[in-house]
Design a protein around this ligand. Structure first.
Ligand code: FAS
Ligand code: PHB
Length: 396
């Protein structure tokens, strides 16, 4: 068995784990990243698509935004659709110039992996089975076992960046944790289509048959979503049925509807809200989906992951450079303030735009009135805008 020593042991090479390792490297802090899947799997897994202003600034300041700046699509507005009509929310105008950038999560992952490898950071793909040990002692360690061989990675701190189904959260004493959950009575069917975007900005469409979202990935790739049943089976959705439903729900009175194209990928994603409190225990810090899940309607998931690791990096840097653990002790409280505001916004956007089968006639009228209010009041639109582009980062 090999015995390694590092400062921070990181589980997971998604946006949280990769960004954390890179930010720590910039601060001269050594880490080892253990990832269960292959590099190719991580780089090809299609997920989030929208970066908040703060996330773009963070990636730029960390020196990993060259391709983002070249290929990312800055959007200064989004559209909400109601009764087959579009209403623009001028994000930049309402937030003193902030915007979002459409750039696939898998592209961010590719950029970060390339930089970590170029910098010689120790990242181990297909790492085998990981377990956490001595998490309440000053000398925690990770054990990874694969094909009969074992390594121990001894560290000062462990970062659980292994997503919702990872090993880190279940490895904490459940008596020390409190879970907050909400599941939604629907899911999203998402497709990637080889069809040039025929609108410049995202369109979130309310429709009596269910929500639909028009998004994009590049000048030749469109990303589209349909609200579907929570237990729906993708095998029941032929390409023709998907396009027919997308045209029905996204079609506007001015004749616009999305262009069709070859469907490269389709899948169904469940919708849930989840928060684990606290996001730390002993020498273990949870970040990203390992600690929280939001419904994707607010485009917050990846952005929250990046914000968590920014807070954790500042706290670890204060510990190693100024020998103070105050920020480490406050990590969970600082992150949870942002997490819960993102949960609120994501729940609100989801409740605003989706069809609820158990909604009463009153609920339906109230939902339409809220959409009417947001699309006719500058104050209401400004509240949506400041949340959508991302609330200011707070470190204390
Ligand atoms: P991730 O899940 O991205 O990464 C965790 C990593 O840990 C993975 O690479 C995994 O292989 C690894 N891992 C897990 N267990 C391990 C173990 N035991 N040992 C070692 N490694 C382990 N967010 C949006 O904002 N917009 C969207 O449209 C959107 N769509 C989504 C669609 C799907 C299908 C899913 C599942 C999520 C979606 N999300 C979306 C949310 C998503 O983008 C997450 O918020 C984001 O991936 C969070 O990043 P991480 O916290 O790094 O977790
Ligand atoms: C996407 O393009 O994948 C996307 C965009 C906005 C969302 C969710 C997903 O709210």
């Amino acid at each position: 068995m090999a015995r390694l020593q590092t400062q921070v042991g990181i589980i997971g090479a998604g946006p949280a784990g990769l960004m954390l390792s890179h930010l720590l490297h910039l601060h001269g802090i050594h880490s080892v990243v253990l990832e269960a899947r292959s590099r190719q799997y991580c780089e090809e897994r299609i997920r989030a698509g929208v970066l908040e202003q703060g996330s773009v600034d963070m990636l730029r300041n960390a020196g990993v935004a060259a391709r983002l700046d070249k290929e990312g699509m800055r959007h200064e507005g989004i559209e909400l659709g109601l009764n087959r009509q579009r209403h623009r929310i001028p994000l930049a105008e309402l937030t003193n110039g902030k915007a979002v950038t459409v750039y696939g999560q898998h592209e961010v992952v590719k950029d970060l992996i390339a930089r970590l490898l170029a910098d010689g950071v120790d990242i181990r793909f297909e790492c085998g089975t990981v377990s956490l040990h001595n998490i309440d002692s000053p000398q925690p360690f990770l054990r990874r076992s694969r094909d009969g061989s074992e390594d121990e990675i001894h560290c000062d701190y462990i970062a659980g960046c292994d997503g919702f189904h990872g090993i880190s959260r279940p490895s904490l004493p459940q008596s020390a944790l409190r879970t907050f959950e909400r599941s939604y009575p629907f899911a999203w069917l998402g497709i990637l289509a080889e069809a040039p975007p025929s609108r410049d900005e995202l369109l979130y469409m309310h429709h009596e048959r269910g929500f639909a979202l028009y998004s994009m990935r590049s000048p030749s790739i469109t990303r589209l979503y349909l609200q579907c049943k929570p237990d729906d089976d993708i095998a029941h959705w032929s390409d023709d049925r998907i396009w027919s439903e997308l045209h029905t729900r996204l079609g506007c009175t001015d004749g616009w509807k999305p262009l069709e194209g070859h469907i490269l990928q389709k899948g169904i994603t469940g919708m849930r809200s989840h928060v684990t409190e606290p996001m730390q225990h002993g020498r273990v810090f949870l970040a990203g989906d390992a600690a929280h899940i939001v419904p994707p309607t607010g485009a917050k998931g990846m952005n929250l992951a990046l914000a968590d690791v920014y807070v954790l990096t500042e706290a670890l840097s204060a510990f190693y450079k100024r020998n103070t653990s105050t920020q480490l002790d406050q990590y969970s409280a600082v992150c949870l303030r942002r997490v819960w505001k993102a949960q609120r916004f994501s729940w609100w956007m989801t409740s605003l735009l989706h069809r609820f089968d158990d909604a009463t006639a009153f609920d339906q009228r109230r939902q339409l009135a809220e959409l009417d209010y947001i699309t006719s009041s500058r104050t209401a639109a400004a509240s949506l805008a400041e949340n959508y582009v991302g609330l200011p980062m707070e470190l204390h």
